[in-house]
Write a protein that binds this ligand. Structure first.
Ligand SMILES: C[S@@+](CC[C@H](N)C(=O)[O-])C[C@H]1O[C@@H](n2cnc3c(N)ncnc32)[C@H](O)[C@@H]1O
Length: 212
């Protein structure tokens, strides 16, 4: 049973860092005419209400997007355009997850594949992305789902691997998945959230892999 819910953490400083990198890569992919595919192995719910429920409880977003939101950041223009598009009232009420950020870059020829194992978040994700035939949501293990899709038809793609690391074995599992994925799709762009943990846990570092 999954207990991690990203809604407690949405918009915190780690989300901001991750999503700024995500925007940079997507801008790069969308700069070329050729179609690309976006695969999000651990997609979350897609959109988070910062004024109610979980986010309101911990208020982590105040140390992240809350600190940056009302200032001018010309270098991060595209990222802030997306945040503002989610908050048309002008107040910071919502924060987009990786799938909704990616949606801003998808053209009719591009595709997105979103895996989210938590049934509630998967239903929310379905709702938050509905209406787009370019997007497929699956309530399925993202490691298996990702590997089954590779190589993508377009042969161009971004793979975001952003697990919750609830279970210790996930550190190893992510490395195994990336190794298998690189064998199937060596020219893919891989963005991996991989927390730095104490050395005594003896988790191999992913330096030999094609990581961003
Ligand atoms: C850190 S959150 C993802 C945040 C999201 N990528 C974003 O940036 O908005 C990790 C998500 O992975 C989900 N999850 C955990 N194990 C999974 C698995 N094996 N396959 C797919 N999703 C999983 C959790 O329910 C959680 O919503």
């Amino acid at each position: 049973m999954l207990s991690y819910r990203h809604s407690f953490h949405a918009g915190n400083f780690t989300d901001v860092l991750k999503h700024i990198v995500l925007v940079e890569i997507l801008e790069h992919l969308a700069a070329k005419e050729k179609a690309f595919e976006y695969i999000d192995s651990h997609a979350g719910a897609g959109l988070f209400d910062l004024t109610h429920g979980h986010a309101e409880k911990l208020e982590e977003f105040r140390g992240g997007i809350g600190r940056l939101w009302d200032r001018d950041w010309p270098e991060l223009r595209r990222y802030f355009e997306i945040i503002r598009a989610c908050n048309p009232s002008g107040s910071l009420n919502y924060y987009p997850g990786s799938p909704l950020i990616a949606m801003h870059f998808l053209r009719p020829r591009d595709r997105a594949w979103l895996f989210e194992l938590h049934p509630k978040d998967s239903r929310r994700l379905e709702k938050n992305t509905q209406g787009s035939h370019r997007i497929r949501v699956a309530c399925q293990d993202g490691h298996q789902g990702l590997l089954a899709l590779l190589p993508p038809a377009s042969r161009r793609g971004l793979i975001l691997i952003d697990p919750s690391y609830e279970i210790k074995s996930e550190y190893e599992q992510v490395l195994e998945t990336v190794k298998k994925a690189c064998r199937k799709f060596s020219t893919g762009i891989y963005a991996i959230w991989y927390p730095v943990i104490e050395r005594e846990k003896k988790v191999r570092t992913p330096t030999s892999l094609n990581l961003i």
